[in-house]
Design a protein. Structure first.
Length: 327
């Protein structure tokens, strides 16, 4: 996985620090396990507003990264998330009315957020977009985007599944209208060289996910691969593969402790890792650099945090980091 030189320099210069999250485990520096003293007075106030539901293990790690950066730099960081685009827009409007010094926003449904992000930009508040909506970020006036190219990641997943012998793939979509998820499925379709079917499920009802994937695998014996796009959905799909008696190979996007354990046990082939800790940590870094020194990062291009692949070969090392809340 390749990173831009400026990101490597920033990561080399900045130590990860301990933080706590109401929804996830405490994030701890792998090197020292202790945090430097925060500045006596906040250097700024930044709001992170995502489409992640409270308690989602993926977004807990993003939150950990943002809060760790806040402690590192002595800035105030508030994190809020809501999967309803209308409610996410309201949270953005509230942050603008509070006159925050910077805003971090994920854009799973860009059109629904366009007006609210426009208000932030018009108010002179710098915006960094993360995770989803990279192709609309510059259009909306954000100073940069931090995340993963979903098209590239999807193609990489398709290549890996093709190498594993998959010819007919079920791509499990867990959020209706999320453009990034469709890009993942489409990318896999481009490189698999076989058939890709999509199955719409609700991430808020994992028992139903298991039921629907089980039914699909039982009704179509030619399905020999399943691609989940979320770690919780991946665990539900693992149960479905087992319950249905299918020999389908299972892979997923994104990590959780359960996913890493399943990779170690051979139940999941691989996970596409977008290193979401960086999607919390780096935007706070970039916003502070912009606030203090008018620096912008990326030169008009997104700053990529992935994709990488977690397989049985490196799962043990990643498991220790996932337990600390940083992967």
């Amino acid at each position: 996985m390749r990173r831009t030189p400026i990101v490597l320099a920033l990561l080399g210069a900045l130590a990860l620090t301990a933080c706590s999250s109401s929804g996830g485990r405490a994030a701890q520096s792998p090197a020292s396990g202790s945090a430097p003293a925060a500045a006596s007075a906040p250097r700024g106030a930044f709001a992170v507003i995502t489409h992640g539901a409270p308690g989602d293990s993926f977004w807990d790690v993003v939150k950990n990264g943002a809060e760790a950066a806040g402690k590192q730099y002595g800035v105030t960081v508030t994190y809020q998330g809501d999967g309803d685009p209308a409610k996410q827009s309201q949270l953005i409007d509230q942050a603008v009315s509070q006159k925050v010094d910077g805003l971090v926003v994920s854009m799973a449904n860009p059109d629904a957020l366009k007006e609210s992000i426009g208000k932030a930009v018009a108010a002179g508040i710098p915006v960094v977009t993360v995770n989803s909506g990279a192709d609309r970020s510059k259009e909306f006036g954000a100073i940069t985007h931090v995340g993963q190219s979903e098209d590239v990641a999807g193609r990489g997943a398709g290549e890996q599944l093709k190498a594993a012998g998959v010819t007919k793939l079920l791509c499990v979509v867990h959020e209706a209208g999320n453009v990034g998820l469709e890009q993942r499925c489409k990318g896999a379709e481009e490189t698999l060289g076989g058939t890709v079917e999509r199955l719409q499920v609700d991430v808020g009802n994992l028992a139903d996910v298991t039921s629907k994937v089980t039914a699909k695998l039982q009704s179509d014996k030619q399905l020999d691969g399943v691609l989940a796009l979320n770690p919780a959905v991946a665990v539900a799909a693992r149960d479905a593969v087992r319950d249905s008696g299918s020999q389908a190979r299972l892979a997923t996007f994104d990590l959780s402790a359960d996913v890493v354990a399943a990779i170690k046990d051979g139940e999941i082939l691989f996970a596409v890792d977008q290193q979401q800790y960086l999607q919390g940590y780096l935007p706070i870094t970039f916003l502070l650099l912009y606030k203090d020194n008018l620096n912008t990062v990326g030169g008009g291009l997104p700053v990529n945090t992935g994709p990488g692949f977690v397989t049985k070969d490196n799962a043990d090392r990643v498991a220790r980091l996932a337990e600390a809340g940083t992967r």
